[in-house]
Design a protein. Structure first.
Length: 189
């Protein structure tokens, strides 16, 4: 589960085809790709915008960078010291290509570094990377389908244990219930 939203901000434009907002964002992430889990809250500075190429084609994007607090550990681990808590610098890039009311292609990449600053546990640190790519297509009215590729990786260091790398990739086919609003494209008229 991931959520983010603008807490304080301002809108801006660049030409006739680009509109955006920027400011302070809040976020919460809980990610559990079967081999590890991570939870974080953060405040980030960033921007979200939409570039309209034509009436039917738009690109939306968000770029965020900030600081949060996170906890990460192995799922069903054999060691009770295989966890880290601490301050976590974070970055996120999200892009969506929208083709009218028919399809969207989404790419999201995020990275978190769970440090030992302000934390507990056995010391050390974690680097968490996650990328997902989703193609969503409208089939009929509000009914659609999506195919999603999701990749997650954890690289952890421990002062008294060996380093740890865990990764998981999945692909899935989903039924989606869509609204009638052009996959989130903004109506500028």
């Amino acid at each position: 589960m991931s959520t983010r939203g603008l807490l304080i901000g301002k809108d801006y434009e660049a030409g006739e085809r680009y509109r955006a907002i920027w400011g302070l964002y809040g976020s919460y992430d809980y990610i559990s790709p079967q081999v590890f889990r991570v939870s974080s809250t953060a405040l980030s500075l960033g921007t979200t915008g939409e570039l309209r190429f034509a009436d039917e084609i738009a690109v939306q994007g968000s770029l965020l960078g900030g600081l949060g607090y996170a906890g990460v550990g192995t799922v069903h681990g054999s060691l009770n010291t295989d966890y880290h808590y601490g301050a976590a610098p974070q970055a996120l890039l999200a892009l969506r290509l929208i083709y009218g009311d028919r399809a969207s292609l989404d790419l999201t990449a995020r990275d978190s570094f769970v440090s030992k600053v302000g934390g507990t546990g056995a010391g050390g640190h974690d680097n968490i990377a996650r990328t997902d790519l989703t193609l969503t297509m409208r089939l009929r009215r509000e009914h659609g389908m999506a195919i999603k590729y999701l990749w997650s990786r954890r690289d952890a260091t421990f002062p008294s244990l060996s380093d740890l790398s865990q990764s998981r990739a999945t692909i899935g086919l989903y039924y989606v219930y869509l609204g009638r609003e052009r996959f989130g494209a903004v109506d500028w008229r």
